[in-house]
Design a protein around this ligand. Structure first.
Ligand code: SF4
Ligand code: SF4
Ligand code: SF4
Length: 320
């Protein structure tokens, strides 16, 4: 077997094994075989996406990512959420923590959105989340403008509002006294209402800002948690400085408006906690010098392209 092909299969099988190990551990410690089924399914979905991404030609690689996103997103939202009555939103996570219930949403947040970020950064955001599962079908994968300065603060306000709302519901409405059935029904309604609202806001923002990821950049509260671990993420984007022809395509096509070349100039990997690991930059680079590598590093400076700074940035790219 050719070395490259072997590596592709090893990566996909490693991903599957990673999830299977979690499934077996939870099955053995929690006593429910459902965990094995759940993480086995997620592992198969992620490994299939990864495999397709690796073997498809450059212009079709995005299909692999979208398949993973659809398989995992539909399962989490449709099967666990709507059929299983688990509220996978951040409000559900807070409620289950208050209720002391160590199940669906708590496990999901601990594994995918907190612990997993130490390995894969914000990979969840491009390979599994059910919100961009819809948004990524909109036509503005490449944002029309740079980021809107200061709008990112909305996500922190949203985080505080979500937490406050849950605390009011818990202590004010005394949800703690609900029986199990009413508690799950209440959570299910929150999931339904919350998701409809999220989708509506996300599609509206994407359309007016001509940017598929506008909701992710400004409104979603989950990166408040994810950004902590993703600073230390093992896997990150790296550019081979020597081969760069400064065409700027990687930056122009980055859905999160990251200044990849600033990191390259500083001999760093892309340390931004805004990187969602979509690997769009890898696909677009004409010199094939961008890779997804694993190392230990950390950085606290966010290098992002903001609106009205793009023309200045283009000039800087020529000078790098
Ligand atoms: S920022 Fe929020 S909505 Fe966007 S992909 Fe990440 S978790 Fe999903
Ligand atoms: S730096 Fe690359 S992998 Fe990260 S968000 Fe931008 S295009 Fe995606
Ligand atoms: S796309 Fe590749 S060659 Fe072009 S600026 Fe980015 S890293 Fe350099």
């Amino acid at each position: 077997m050719e070395k490259k092909t072997k590596k592709i299969f090893v990566n996909s099988i490693s991903l599957l094994l990673f999830f299977l190990v979690i499934g077996v551990l939870l099955w053995q410690t929690q006593g429910h075989i459902f965990f094995l089924f759940n993480f086995g399914y997620i592992g198969i979905a992620a490994a299939t996406g990864e495999l397709l991404f690796a073997i498809l030609p450059k212009e079709k690689k995005v299909i692999g990512r979208k398949i993973s996103q659809l398989l995992i997103g539909l399962y989490m939202l449709g099967v666990l959420g709507f059929l299983g009555h688990e509220n996978m939103q951040i409000e559900g996570f807070f409620l289950y923590l208050l209720a002391g219930i160590f199940s669906g949403p708590v496990l999901h947040f601990l594994i995918a959105k907190i612990g997993g970020t130490l390995l894969f950064g914000r990979g969840w955001c491009s390979w599994a989340c059910w919100t961009p599962m819809v948004l990524d079908f909109l036509p503005w994968m490449k944002p029309k403008h740079g980021r809107l300065k200061y709008w990112g603060i909305i996500r922190y306000l949203h985080f505080i509002i979500a937490l406050t709302l849950v605390l009011i519901l818990w202590y004010g409405l005394q949800i703690e006294n609900f029986d199990k059935y009413t508690f799950y029904k209440f959570n299910w309604r929150m999931l339904l209402f919350g998701n409809l609202l999220y989708y509506a806001v996300a599609i509206f923002l994407s359309s007016i800002l001509k940017d598929n990821r506008a909701f992710c950049k400004y409104v979603c509260p989950i990166p408040v948690l994810m950004k902590i671990g993703s600073r230390f993420s093992l896997w990150k984007i790296e550019i081979d400085k020597d081969g760069c022809i400064k065409c700027g395509l990687c930056e122009k096509n980055c859905p999160m408006n990251i200044k990849l070349l600033s990191y390259m100039k500083n001999n760093q990997r892309v340390l931004s906690t805004e990187c969602i690991g979509c690997q769009q930059c890898i696909n677009i680079c004409p010199e094939n010098i961008i890779r997804y590598t694993k190392k230990l590093d950390v950085g606290f400076k966010e290098c992002l392209n903001f609106k009205n700074e793009n023309s200045a940035q283009t000039i800087k790219i020529q000078k790098l």
